[in-house]
Design a protein around this ligand. Structure first.
Ligand code: NAD
Length: 435
């Protein structure tokens, strides 16, 4: 099939590469000229394990192309995927400027009937809006489909090659058949392709992210209760996770969810629900608790140092919103580092993949360290912010030779409080009990 992907970011590049890998001819288009120029040279703009190999292979075999020319991408493809940003607007709703703007342009470039698919996370009713736009504009038919994306940064390639499910939101039988054929190679083990109406598909994406954000937030708030009553969240996690109705995943307490999706999608669903007269109060509370949770580590650090962080040196391990990605959009680290700087602390950071992105945000305000141990030099405390694997089993005795004080604020509960106490550290986790 001839496919174009409009928006070559985390979603667009991964999906484009995967569609090319199953033999389709794919043009990945983007307005970012530097990104496209780099991709043409084989330079991958994001950190995503395994992606470079798939991009390289498919570029070499002449199945994957990169372009800044929207008109040509539209003219050359039957199927057009929108993988454009839908960031948060000031009122919490999803900003559809890119999606609507690009669709207007596409309508002007149509040379035949097409299928236009939104992989961007868009509020209920967006497909309907786009259908009106294309009907009003052109002499060619455009079937507009909602096909929400569920890949997870860090495992995006595997998620796309072997998705848990594919949601296709269309009421057009022929379009559903074409997209089923496109996706069949990815679900050979039997994972479902679920065909539903457009609105249900649009809402499924928001429901999934909001449910996961709620699950995380429940555990975070439960961890806060553990601290109040003297219980340990790790026992609670094990105790409830063994119930198959609850499940073991997404039960780790920490410093709040972040990233480019959960925060904005929760807010957008709150806005949608309010606009339709069915306020989802539960999500408003989730959002509020999560904001507080992001400040929790700094509250603990401040309290430990009796209210003043002036001239304290804090080492930060991890800036990315989660391991295996360089994405720092809406990461808890941003809130934590900004607060520490505001309170006069000196900040030494290390992240295995996100240093370049961190430099764009913090400039020269923090000290960037080549290694996790380098970050510990003369530190009054270490704050673990992202649970990268390489932080899990450090040489604690070597750490003590570098740190001024032996204090660890473990925002991801990756250490055993008892072990750290034995190793001579003062340990602060999230909802953990030291004894
Ligand atoms: P991204 O910011 O990484 O990529 C978007 C790309 O679109 C950028 O490269 C940008 O330059 C390009 N772009 C912007 N305006 C353009 C235009 N007018 N024409 C062509 N290209 C343009 O975003 P992303 O993380 O890939 O997310 C895309 C969508 O997918 C969002 O709606 C997001 O909510 C959703 N989503 C993201 C993830 C994820 O984990 N990142 C997962 C599922 C769904």
């Amino acid at each position: 099939m001839k496919i174009s992907i409009i928006g070559t970011g985390y979603v667009g590049l991964v999906q484009g590469a995967c569609f090319a890998d199953t033999g389709n001819s794919v043009i990945c288009m983007d307005v970012d000229e530097k990104k496209i120029a780099n991709l043409k040279k084989g330079i991958i703009p994001i950190y995503e394990p395994g992606l470079d190999e798939v991009v390289k292979r498919n570029t070499q075999y002449g199945r994957l192309f990169f372009s800044t020319d929207l008109k040509s991408a539209v003219e050359k493809s039957k199927i057009i995927f929108l993988c454009l940003p839908t960031p948060q607007s000031e009122d919490g709703s999803a900003d559809l400027t890119h999606v609507l703007g690009v669709s207007e342009k596409i309508a002007g470039y149509l040379n035949e009937d097409k299928i236009l698919i939104s992989k961007s996370t868009v509020p209920v009713g967006t497909v309907e809006r786009l259908e009106h736009l294309f009907k009003k504009k052109g002499q060619h038919t455009v079937e507009v489909v909602s096909n929400p994306e569920f890949l997870k940064e860090g495992t995006a390639l595997q998620d796309s090659l072997k998705p848990d499910r594919i949601i296709i939101g269309t009421r057009d039988k022929k379009t559903a058949e074409i997209l089923t054929e496109l996706y069949e190679p990815f679900v050979r083990t039997g994972n479902p392709i679920i065909i539903m109406d457009e609105k249900s598909a649009e809402l499924t994406k928001y429901a999934a992210n909001s449910y996961l954000a709620t699950k995380i937030t429940f555990m975070n708030d439960m961890a806060n209760l553990c601290e109040a009553v003297g219980a340990d969240i790790e026992w609670i996690r094990k105790g409830i996770g063994s119930d198959p109705r609850i499940g073991k995943n997404f039960l780790f307490a920490g410093i709040g969810y972040g990233g480019s999706c959960f925060p904005k999608d929760v807010k957008a669903l709150i806005k949608t629900s309010g606009d339709h007269g069915h306020k989802l109060g539960i999500l408003a509370e989730v959002d509020k608790i999560n904001q507080n949770q992001k400040s929790l580590l700094v509250t603990k650090i401040r309290k430990h140092f009796s209210g003043s962080l002036k001239n304290k040196t804090i080492a930060i391990w991890g800036i990315a919103f989660k391991p295996q990605t360089d994405d720092i959009r809406d990461a808890p680290s941003l809130v934590i580092i900004e607060s520490l700087l505001k309170e006069g602390a000196k900040v030494r950071v290390h992240d295995p993949a996100a240093m370049q992105n961190a430099k764009k945000v913090f400039g020269s305000r923090v000290h960037y360290c080549e290694s996790s141990f380098d970050a510990l030099k003369d530190a009054d405390a270490l704050a673990v912010v992202t649970e990268w694997n390489e932080f899990r089993k450090p040489d604690f005795q070597r750490m003590k030779t570098l740190m001024k004080e032996y204090i660890i604020f473990d925002g991801r509960n990756i250490y055993d409080p008892k072990e750290l106490k034995k190793a001579g550290f003062v340990y602060h986790g999230i909802g953990r009990k030291a004894e």
